[in-house]
Design a protein around this ligand. Structure first.
Ligand SMILES: *Cc1c(COP(=O)(O)O)cnc(C)c1O
Length: 396
C-alpha cells in the first residue's frame, strides 16, 4: 500500500493528536500565505477588478471541479456556495419539482438534524400538503413507496459512522420513481464516492470537514448533468441568473450547474479551500480508504483490549463504516473533555457518543496507539469524574 501520509502539509499543534478532522479539518500549511497573498495582491491591489482579473467569478465552478474529482463526478457538475444546509434546501426543492404529483420526502432518524430541519421548513413554506417522513435507517429500503417524491439520506451517519449503500439505495429509489438526494458531508474526502455511477439526481456536502477548507468553508451541490439545464432552482439569486449583468427584472436560470449559485461567493474562504483542495490532486481515494480502515481497525482492537468501559457504537464490519469510530459511554461528555484536556481531540454527540475521526493524510498508526493510551488512562482511572469536565460548552 502506498503511503498517503502527508503530515508535513498540515499545521498540527504540538502535543495534539487530532481525531476530529471529520468535524473540522486542520489548517493546511500552504493556506495562510496564499490567503494573505490573495488579500493583498487581489483584494488590495485589484479592488473590484479582481472579479475579472483574478477570476473570482469563476471560482465557485473551478473549485467545484476539484470537489467533483473527489466524489466521482464529471467536470461542470458541482458548484460551490452558501452552507450545506442551504444546499440541502436547494436540492430538496428542485427534487420535489421533478415529481410534482407526489408529496412525501423520506429520510431517516440517523440523519443530521439540520437536513431534517431544512426539509421541515420547506414543507411548511410550500403549504401544499407536503410531508417529511423519517424512519429508522434500516427501514428506509422498505419504506419507499409510490408516494415518495424525494429520498434524502446522508451516506455516512454523523454519530455512528454507519453507511448506506449509495448505489443499491439509489437503484431502489429510482425503481419506485422517486428522486435521490445524497448528503456527502461525511463522505467527501473520507472515502471513494462514485457520484456518476450512483446515478443519483442530487448530492450536497460541506468542505470544512474532511476537505480542510476551514471554519465556514462553503458547501457544494451536484446535479446530474442530464438534469442540470432543466432543474428549477428555488433560491433564485442573481448569480444563478443566465445573465446577471443584464440586470433583468425577471429571473431566468443560468446554464447548467451555474443556476445553483445564489449570491456573491465568499472569495477569501474559497481561496483557502482552493489551496486546501490542491492536497487532493494526487490522492488515490481507494488507498485513502484502505489506510483509514487500517487505522480504525487498530483503534477498535486496542480500545477493546484496554478500555472495557467503552461500547462500540459504530458497525463492527469495516465496509459498513465511514471514516470514524464512535463509542457509547454514559458520561461520554465529561470523558471526552478529560481526553481533550490530555491532547487527544475527538468530540461528543448527544446523548452518549464519543466520536473519533480517522484522516490518513495526517494521522498514523503511532498516533492511534498514543491516543488509546490516553483514553485508557482517562477511562480506567476515572479521570473524567471531575466537575470541571461536566459543564457543557456551547459547541460539543
Ligand atoms: C456537518 C453537517 C451539516 C452542517 O451543515 P452546515 O449548513 O454546513 O452548518 C449538515 N448536514 C450534515 C449531514 C452534516 O454532517
Amino acid at each position: 500500500m502506498a503511503n498517503i501520509l502527508n503530515k508535513d502539509a498540515f499545521f498540527l499543534p504540538e502535543g495534539v493528536i487530532y481525531l476530529d478532522g471529520n468535524s473540522l479539518g486542520p489548517l493546511p500549511r500552504a493556506v495562510p500565505a496564499r490567503v494573505q497573498a490573495m488579500m493583498t495582491d487581489e483584494w488590495g491591489e485589484m479592488l473590484i477588478r479582481g472579479w475579472n482579473k483574478a477570476n473570482w467569478m469563476e471560482q465557485p465552478s473551478r473549485v467545484g471541479n476539484m470537489v467533483a474529482r473527489i466524489i466521482g463526478a464529471p467536470d461542470g457538475s458541482v458548484v460551490m456556495g452558501d452552507t450545506l444546509s442551504i444546499k440541502v434546501f436547494q436540492a430538496l426543492s428542485s427534487g420535489l419539482k421533478l415529481r410534482e404529483d407526489r408529496r412525501v420526502i423520506l429520510s431517516d432518524t440517523g440523519n443530521f438534524p439540520s437536513d431534517l430541519y431544512m426539509a421541515e421548513g420547506l414543507v411548511k413554506l410550500l403549504e401544499q400538503g407536503y410531508e417529511l417522513r423519517t424512519v429508522a435507517p434500516e427501514e428506509v429500503a422498505n419504506s419507499i413507496d409510490e408516494d415518495i417524491a424525494v429520498v434524502m439520506l446522508t451516506e455516512v451517519d454523523y454519530r455512528t459512522g454507519r453507511m448506506h449503500d449509495m448505489k443499491a439505495m439509489t437503484e431502489l429509489v429510482h425503481a419506485k420513481g422517486a428522486v435521490m438526494v445524497w448528503d456527502l458531508a461525511h463522505s467527501a474526502g473520507a472515502l471513494p464516492v462514485d457520484m456518476a455511477g450512483s446515478n443519483a439526481e442530487f448530492a450536497v456536502g460541506c468542505t470544512y470537514k474532511y476537505l480542510n477548507g476551514g471554519p465556514g468553508a462553503p458547501g457544494f451541490i451536484y446535479v446530474r448533468p442530464d438534469l442540470a439545464d432543466s432543474v428549477e432552482p428555488a433560491l433564485s439569486g442573481w448569480l444563478g441568473h443566465r445573465q446577471p449583468f443584464e440586470f433583468d427584472l425577471h429571473y431566468a436560470p443560468g446554464n447548467g450547474i451555474e443556476r445553483m449559485r445564489v449570491g456573491t461567493p465568499p472569495v477569501i474562504q474559497l481561496t483557502a479551500l482552493e489551496v486546501a483542495m490542491e492536497l487532493w490532486a494526487d490522492v488515490d481515494m481507494n488507498e485513502l480508504r484502505a489506510a483509514s480502515i487500517a487505522l480504525q481497525e487498530q483503534f477498535i482492537a486496542e480500545i477493546e483490549r484496554d478500555v472495557p468501559a467503552l461500547t462500540l457504537a459504530s458497525p463492527r464490519e469495516a465496509s459498513m463504516r465511514g471514516s470514524q469510530v464512535s463509542w457509547r459511554f454514559e458520561h461520554g461528555y465529561a470523558a471526552m473533555q478529560a481526553v481533550i484536556d490530555r491532547g487527544v481531540i475527538g468530540d461528543f454527540r448527544a446523548p452518549d457518543i464519543m466520536r473519533f475521526g480517522f484522516t490518513p493524510l495526517y494521522i498514523d498508526s503511532a498516533d492511534v496507539s498514543a491516543a488509546v493510551r490516553i483514553i485508557a488512562d482517562v477511562m480506567n482511572n476515572k479521570l473524567w469524574d471531575d466537575d470541571t469536565y461536566k459543564v457543557k460548552s456551547r459547541v460539543t
